[in-house]
Design a protein around this ligand. Structure first.
Ligand SMILES: [Zn+2]
Ligand SMILES: [Zn+2]
Length: 407
C-alpha cells in the first residue's frame, strides 16, 4: 500500500469541482482586465528563488523543496509564482520590447513546512502579474480585480493596505527602525535574525511579546517620500471612489523581500482568526534585480486551498443523460447511443445489466436529467424508453433519431 506523501493530498469531488469553478471564474475576470494566461514551469533553478524571494525569508531559509537533479543542477519546486513569471518575462525579452504585459497563472506551489491543519506542502495559487506600468491606477486595477473575484464568490473580507516606500525613503526608515530595535531586549530568535537580514519583517512577527515591544515603533507610513506619499493617497482616493473599504495597516509588510510601495492583503475572519487569503503589491525592482531591464510591476496571489472552504457551488441543476441496460445483449446499443448523444450532451453509461429500479436510482445519483433504459423490448423495436427525472414523464425516441433529438 503506497500513500500520498506527508503534507500532500488528493483533491477529490466536491473540492475538485469547486477548484475548476474557482479557476474558471478567476480566469474569466482576469481576462476582462486584459490579463492573458501564462504557464511557467513548476521546477526552476534554486538560484531564481534565492535571488528573488531572498535568503532571509523563511521560504528560502527553511521551506524550499530543493534537490540536485540527474544533471547535477540545484533545482527547486516553485514555492511561489511570481519569480518564475518574472524569469519568463526577462528570458523572452518582453522587458526589452518595453511594452505592457499582463499575465494570470494558477497551479500548485510547494513548501516543505510542518504539515498542519489547512496547510499543505503542495498548495494552490491563482495569481496575476502586471509589467510595465508605474501608474498607481494599475495598483488600483489589480485590487479592484481581486475584490471583484472575492465578491463573485461571496467571500467577506477586509482589505488591509500599506506602502512600503521606495529606494528614496526606505533606507532612512530602515536605519531608524534598526536603531529602535537595537534598544529592545527580548525579541524572539526569528526577530533577532530578521533584524540583521530584513528588519521591517520584525513588524509582523506573530509573537505577542515581540508585538508588545513594537507599540511605539517608528512606522514607514510616517516616513514616506513625497512621491510615495502622493501615490498612496491617490490609491486610497481611487478605492474610496469605487466603494472599496480598506484599513491602513502600517505593520503590513508582506513576507517577501522584493515589494515596494503598495502592499495589500485581503483578510477573512471566516477561516480562523484573521487569516490572509490573498495578497500582493508592487515590486518595481524585481525585474532589474533578476537581470532584466528595469520594469515596474504589480500583482497578487490568492491562496486557493483555504478559499475553497468558503466557495459555495450553485445548486446543481439536473443535466445530461444516464443510460442503463436491463440485459447483457443491450450493451452494444447502449454504447452506440452514448457515443451518438455525447456529440451534444453529457452522457453517463452503465454497461452492467441492472433492474429498472436500480438504474433510476443511479441516474438520480448522477444528477442526470434524463434516464434511458435499454432492454429486450427496446432491442426488438429500436424505440428507446426515456424518463425525464425532473417532470417524471416518460416518452420514447427512435434510436435512429437520437442524434437529432433535442434533450
Ligand atoms: Zn519613497
Ligand atoms: Zn518576534
Amino acid at each position: 500500500m503506497i500513500n500520498a506523501l506527508r503534507g500532500m493530498k488528493d483533491m477529490l469531488s466536491p473540492e475538485s469541482e469547486k477548484y475548476l469553478y474557482f479557476i474558471e471564474n478567476c480566469s474569466r475576470i482576469a481576462k476582462n482586465y486584459g490579463f492573458e494566461f501564462i504557464s511557467a514551469p513548476i521546477l526552476e533553478e534554486s538560484a531564481l528563488f534565492k535571488r528573488s524571494v531572498g535568503e532571509s525569508s523563511d521560504i528560502v531559509g527553511k521551506e524550499m523543496y530543493e534537490f540536485t537533479d540527474k544533471g547535477g543542477n540545484r533545482v527547486c519546486l516553485r514555492p511561489e509564482g511570481t519569480a518564475g513569471i518574472v524569469r519568463s518575462f526577462i528570458q523572452n525579452k518582453m522587458d526589452r520590447a518595453g511594452g505592457v504585459k499582463r499575465f494570470f497563472y494558477y497551479g500548485p506551489m510547494f513548501r516543505y513546512e510542518k504539515p498542519q491543519k489547512g496547510r499543505f506542502r503542495q498548495f494552490y495559487q491563482f495569481g496575476v502579474e502586471s509589467f510595465g506600468i508605474s501608474d498607481v491606477r494599475e495598483d488600483a486595477s489589480v485590487i479592484l480585480m481581486l475584490s471583484e473575484i472575492l465578491n463573485f464568490f461571496k467571500i467577506e473580507t477586509v482589505l488591509k493596505l500599506n506602502s512600503l516606500g521606495c529606494p528614496k525613503c526606505m533606507p532612512a526608515y530602515r536605519a531608524k527602525l534598526v536603531k529602535f530595535l537595537d534598544a529592545i531586549e527580548g525579541l524572539c530568535d526569528d526577530c533577532m535574525r530578521r533584524k540583521v537580514l530584513n528588519p521591517i519583517r520584525v513588524l509582523d512577527c506573530k509573537n505577542d511579546q515581540c508585538q508588545s515591544f513594537l507599540t511605539n515603533a517608528p512606522l514607514l507610513i510616517d516616513a514616506l517620500c513625497d512621491e510615495c506619499k502622493s501615490d498612496f493617497e491617490r490609491l486610497c482616493a481611487i478605492l474610496k471612489n469605487f466603494n472599496i473599504n480598506y484599513e491602513i495597516d502600517p505593520k503590513l509588510v508582506r513576507g517577501l523581500d522584493y515589494y515596494s510601495k503598495t502592499a495589500f492583503e485581503f483578510v477573512s475572519g471566516d477561516i480562523g482568526a484573521q487569516s490572509s487569503i490573498a495578497g500582493g503589491g508592487r515590486y518595481d525592482r524585481l525585474v532589474e534585480f533578476l537581470g532584466g531591464k528595469s520594469s515596474p510591476a504589480v500583482g497578487f496571489a490568492i491562496g486557493v486551498d483555504r478559499i475553497l472552504e468558503l466557495v459555495m457551488l450553485d445548486e446543481q441543476k439536473r443535466e445530461g443523460i444516464y443510460i442503463g441496460t436491463l440485459e447483457k445483449e443491450a450493451q452494444d446499443l447502449a454504447f452506440l447511443a452514448a457515443v451518438t448523444l455525447r456529440r451534444k450532451n453529457r452522457v453517463e453509461v452503465e454497461f452492467e445489466a441492472k433492474g429498472l429500479k436500480n438504474i433510476l436510482k443511479n441516474a438520480d445519483k448522477a444528477n442526470a436529467k434524463y434516464c434511458v433504459c435499454i432492454g429486450e423490448n427496446e432491442l426488438k423495436s429500436g424505440i428507446l424508453w426515456v424518463k425525464d427525472l425532473d417532470t417524471k414523464e416518460n416518452f420514447s425516441v427512435k434510436k435512429e433519431l437520437l442524434g437529432e433529438f433535442t434533450w
